[in-house]
Design a protein around this ligand. Structure first.
Ligand code: CTP
Length: 435
């Protein structure tokens, strides 16, 4: 019996897939199809896959061509599978030509001509395209322009910025001369202007029926943020916080380990985020630039119902906080954040529990790696998850998905978003100590 194996993602199964499977089957008597697991796809940069693993397996099964279906979960698994299933022929499409020649050592390798004119990426891109306008003065805009290329079904419609530095960094044809102009050519907008402009801009966009991705904090006022979320809900629009860290796989997995009790009961969360950015008229103060990121793990782990807080802050002569430290007091835990835009420190995150602690090295907000550490170092565990594009492309994929399904899948929950707004206007806080 000649045994054949082939692998693929098989997202939104199309005729290219079916033709490949038919020809693979015809190469032998028994066909095994390896369907890639979500995590494996993500680690190799396939971030747009729309269907779940089970849906994709079911679609392959429904073709009736596979005698057996397996899941491909890790790099190098193909060699293991070929040995384990005693495979005679490995085959894939010619888009992989040459890349699996190393398998010739274990079985015969055949590249089958790819069917022209169809691919999962094209199908996803043709589905309703999201036209995203961008407004703001942050250098982050350049990164968004670069990262959107990795997201199927999303294009940048235009950019409205007052910053000459941003203008010089982005394609000229994208530059537009008014916010209204941007809105008229978009169905969604990413707002990364200074926080004091967010309220008016978000409101204007929502009133014109545009979905909004807004750099956290949404506003510096609880009342205004609540009003905007309410308005988005009334009009059936997505209003989502933009906070890249929330979309990193390592951060999401770290939270799951904490919730699953890996380090026992949590008594303390300590997060530091600082930078020495060049300050200009467009730069953000420390608490707005870094506060939401630093507070994210505090609120995700301990919630937003702290009993009390003390804010220590240093304002420079222009009234911007250069450095801020906040101590949160919960019923059975404490937390502290340190943020600085003009003061530098070790950007680490430490979550302390009764069984052990989690340590995320600097810069923890761009994390792809963390350790769970115990009293006995032999029990320590290290975790690594690929992070591409600082999380921006994952965030854009999720925003696009949110617009498509009509709601955001709470990467940053409403309570956290509102809590950010209650803190980032430092002068409104009574519990402040000037240093
Ligand atoms: N395939 C093919 N012809 C196509 C598309 C895919 O023969 N038009 C083959 C691939 O070469 C591979 C298998 O089908 O052997 C599974 O491919 P997969 O990567 O899942 O499909 P794509 O459509 O290429 O997906 P994407 O656009 O996300 O890369």
């Amino acid at each position: 019996m000649v045994k054949v194996i082939t692998y693929g993602t098989y997202d939104l199964l199309h005729r290219g897939h079916i033709r490949l499977l038919e020809r693979a089957k015809a190469l032998g008597d028994y066909l095994i199809v390896g369907v890639t697991a979500d995590d494996y796809d993500k680690s190799r940069g396939k971030i747009n896959v729309q269907q779940s693993l089970m849906e994709r397996i079911e679609a392959v099964r429904a073709t009736g061509l596979a005698n057996e279906i397996i899941v491909e979960e890790y790099e190098g698994q193909k060699i293991d599978d070929i040995r384990r299933y005693d495979i005679d022929i490995f085959t894939v499409g010619t888009d992989w030509e040459g890349q699996f020649d190393y398998l010739n050592e274990y079985c015969k390798v055949i590249y089958l001509p790819r069917t022209e004119g169809v691919s999962s990426s094209e199908i996803r891109a043709e589905q309703k395209k999201l036209r995203l306008g961008i407004v703001g003065e942050s250098p982050m805009i350049k990164k968004f322009v670069r990262e959107h290329e990795f997201v199927n079904g999303l294009e940048i419609s235009g950019i409205y910025t007052k910053s000459d530095a941003v203008k010089a960094d982005v394609p000229k044809e994208l530059l537009k001369d008014s916010f209204e102009g941007i809105l008229s050519m978009s169905n969604a907008v990413y707002i990364i202007s200074r926080p004091e402009f967010h309220y008016e801009q978000v409101k204007t966009a929502l009133m014109k029926d545009k979905h909004v991705l807004c750099e956290s904090p949404i506003t510096n006022s609880v009342k205004q943020s609540k009003e905007l979320f309410e308005l988005a809900k009334e009009r059936g629009l997505v209003l989502m916080d933009s906070l890249k860290t929330a979309f990193s796989t390592a951060y999401a997995r770290l939270l799951l380990l904490v919730k699953a009790g890996k380090i026992g009961d949590v008594y303390s969360v300590d997060a530091t985020c600082t930078s020495l950015q060049k300050t200009d008229e467009y730069s953000w103060n420390s608490i707005c630039a870094w506060g939401p990121t630093a507070m994210l793990p505090v609120f995700d782990i301990l919630g937003t119902n702290y009993i009390d807080k003390t804010i220590y802050t240093h304002f420079d002569e222009s009234g911007k906080d250069l450095f801020t430290k906040i101590d949160f007091h919960y019923e059975h835990a404490v937390a502290s954040i340190k943020v600085g835009n003009g003061v530098k420190s070790e950007g680490e995150l430490i979550i302390s529990g009764t069984k052990g602690y989690i340590y995320v090295p600097a810069p923890w907000w761009k994390t792809d790696y963390f350790e769970v550490r115990y009293e006995n170092p032999a029990e320590n565990k290290r975790y690594f998850y690929q992070l591409d594009g600082e999380g921006i492309r994952y965030e854009l994929v999720e925003f696009r998905k949110a617009v498509e399904i009509g709601y955001s899948q709470s990467y940053i929950d409403y309570d956290s978003s509102i809590a950010f707004s209650s803190i980032t206007n430092l002068s409104d806080n009574r519990c402040i100590v000037r240093i």
